[in-house]
Design a binder for this molecule. Sequence first.
Ligand code: ACO
Length: 328
Amino acid sequence: SAGMAITGTGSAAPSVKLTNQNLSQMVETSDDWITTRTGIKERSVASPQESVVSLGTQAALNALEMAQVDPKEIDLVILATSTPDDLFGSAVSIQTAVGATQAVGFDLTAACSGFVFGLVNATQFIRTGVYRKVLLVGADLLSRWVDWSDRSTCILFGDGAGAVVIEATTPDHDGLLGFELCSDAQLSHTLNLAHQGEAKTLVDQTQVSQGSYRPIAMKGKEVYRFAVEKVPEVISKALFRAELTAKDVDWLLLHQANQRIMDAVAQRLNLPRDRVISNLAHYGNTSAASIPLALDEAMRAGKLHANDIIAMSGFGAGLTWGAAIVQW
Ligand code: ACO
């Protein structure tokens, strides 16, 4: 058996920024409302030429460069996304674009929990000794699925990609100290991007459903309550599995959905604000990309040090939520 280590991080976001000021020209809202309710000031939005594959590939190449890993050494590519360019999957396109010719790739869907679910997934392949080098990408282009006339959702989301290279280490140096993953569809109606079809008759009594997806629908208050209750709980469970407590946490790295959620979770765990990694103000909620994007920025800013303990937690549609305690 083997342990895991994150040896490289990378990210990419579209250069076009949509500010709160811009949004206030599109819907009835204001910079003040958005800033005080969410902490978001601007978000990146992809141009029609950009895609999950193009941004995911850029993030992946940056991570590979930091890790100094030749793409041909990668065994597995996992793309956490809910907005693939191709519903059949987009991981394989990223795999080929980065030149990971010896790897296999697949998509993983767990909405805003996708990166944490992917990290745990990748680690299993490494611990069993099947694979030694994994490229994990979190990328989403929610701008494709936002109802830009719905002020209760369009202010929240942004586009981006983040990636990590995960490598096998010796078992006594396993960087994933503990994790806990959860899902429950009882509240799935509070946040979804659901298929909406119209019946089409093929022949006689035989009908099929044809159509596309409805834009993102959200009951904000219910999602907020869910996050503030479940995130501290799932982090505590993951810490317990790691035989640690919140006192041992150097960095709290949550899915970047709302600054108020991050502050409330930090408060419940008794962690001071300067232990919270946040770049939400500049990116909004980038779904599966948000944790690796913030991780990469923190890494490149020199914030993270060897042996630091990072409590990561994703939460979102499904509903899904989970935590991973990572030692750097
Ligand atoms: N600008 C101005 N007013 C607005 C806006 C806006 N953009 N949006 C809503 N309002 C109004 C509402 O209509 C409402 O008016 P009313 O009182 O006259 O009915 C008032 O502001 C308050 O609205 P609430 O929805 O109650 O505001 P709340 O304080 O709950 O904040 C928010 C809304 C920011 C969406 C919050 O509930 C939230 O962040 N929830 C979590 C959402 C989230 O994180 N979702 C994604 C997580 S998972 C994933 O990433 C897929």
